[in-house]
Every structure is written in structure tokens, then in C-alpha cells.
Ligand binder design. Structure first.
Ligand SMILES: Cc1cc2nc3c(=O)[nH]c(=O)nc-3n(C[C@H](O)[C@H](O)[C@H](O)COP(=O)(O)O)c2cc1C
Length: 190
């Protein structure tokens, strides 16, 4: 089975992570899930869910963000993809500074040092210059910075459609086939 690390940090937008976890489960990926303290606060506020609730999705195993001896902290664990979704400015700043003080930042640093695919999904508005500089750093190092910015050209009818738009872009980056949303055909504008 392909395997991903998915980290939920304390930015708003935990619904993106929940949808992503369900899609990865449907695609039969194994997922090591890490949730920061503020990530759990937003999960509760926004979805009335706990990290344990998410761990009930098939294929999802919850790891403790304080446990730097967990599997996702090790470069020898063969993880295919690392996704920080949603990614707080704090976690992005720590990754950009090479700080690995919890399991989320440690696993992201493992992705960087092992040259493995890392996607960060920031949600902040407006951005401070330091956010932009940190994201530029990560992008220059090969990290995919994929903001939680849904498009509207596909005629979304619901919040779920907007969420799917962003999650579809993440799955595209991971090379996972999916049926979330419609792909642009080029015939929409006559
Ligand atoms: C309710 C709530 C909403 C927040 N929303 C955001 C946000 O959208 N984007 C962001 O970068 N930080 C946001 N924060 C701030 C982060 O949670 C804070 O920077 C925290 O230190 C992030 O730590 P973490 O990256 O370890 O989760 C929010 C905090 C709270 C309590």
C-alpha cells in the first residue's frame, strides 16, 4: 500500500483535511495522521470532531504529535507523500527555519532531507511578508505550496464543492486518480 503522512495544524480549514483523509482511504492509501494542539481546537470548532474520530476512517492511524520516536519521524520509514493540511503560518515558519520540535515539523523535515514529496496547504489572509518569504523558501526547495483557495469557474453549488476543488488539487499532486469535481475541458468558454 502507498503511505502518506497527513498533518493537521492550527490553521482554519480542517474540513479540507477530513475530505482528504476520506479520499486517501477510498484510494486505499495508508495514512499516518498527526494533529497539533491548535489543529485539534479547529477540528472541534469547525467540524465538532476529535482526532480519534478521524482515526476511525479505514487506513488512518493516529500518531502523537509529542512523540518524536514515532514512525513518521524516521527517514528509514518509506513514506511516499507528506501533506500538511491545513498548514499554519507557525508550522510553515518552523519548517522553513529547519526547526523540528514536534512530530509534524520533524516529519516535514524528514521529507525535505530525504527529498520526498511535501505539500503544504496554507490558509491565512492576508499574508504577512514573513509568511510569503517562508513559502518562497519552501517552494524553492521543491515543496508544493498549494493554498486553500478554491476556484469558482466550475460553478460550485455547495461548500462541499469548494472543498473538493482544493482536495482534488492535492490528490492531483499526489498522482491519485479521483472523481472530485470536473476537469476543465477547454470547451467551457466559446
Ligand atoms: C481558532 C483559531 C484559528 C486559527 N486560524 C489560523 C489560520 O487560519 N491560519 C494560521 O496560519 N493560523 C491560525 N491560527 C493560529 C495558529 O493556530 C497558531 O499559530 C498556532 O501556534 C499554530 O500551531 P501549530 O502549527 O503547531 O498547529 C488559529 C488559531 C486559532 C485558535
Amino acid at each position: 500500500m502507498p503511505e502518506a503522512v497527513v498533518a493537521i495544524t492550527g490553521a482554519s480549514g480542517s474540513v479540507y483535511a477530513e475530505r482528504l483523509l476520506r479520499a486517501l482511504s477510498e484510494a486505499e492509501w495508508d495514512v499516518l495522521l498527526i494533529v497539533t494542539r491548535e489543529g485539534a481546537i479547529n477540528l472541534d470548532l469547525e467540524l465538532d470532531m476529535t482526532p480519534d474520530d478521524l482515526a476511525e476512517i479505514p487506513g488512518i492511524s493516529l500518531e502523537n504529535n509529542d512523540n518524536l520516536a514515532a514512525r513518521s519521524a524516521s527517514g528509514s520509514a518509506k513514506i511516499d507523500h507528506y501533506v500538511v493540511c491545513p498548514a499554519s503560518g507557525t508550522t510553515i515558519g518552523k519548517i522553513a527555519a529547519g526547526i523540528s520540535d514536534n512530530l509534524v515539523t520533524r516529519s516535514a523535515l524528514v521529507a525535505l532531507k530525504e527529498r520526498r514529496p511535501l505539500i503544504v496547504v496554507p490558509r491565512e489572509a492576508p499574508y504577512a511578508t514573513v509568511h510569503l518569504e517562508n513559502m518562497t523558501k519552501l517552494s524553492n526547495w521543491g515543496v508544493v505550496v498549494l493554498p486553500a483557495s478554491p476556484g469558482f469557474y466550475h460553478g460550485p453549488q455547495s461548500i462541499a464543492d469548494l472543498v473538493d476543488f482544493v482536495v482534488a488539487r492535492i490528490l492531483d499532486q499526489m498522482g491519485i486518480e479521483h472523481s472530485l469535481g470536473q476537469r476543465w475541458t477547454g470547451e467551457e468558454v466559446q
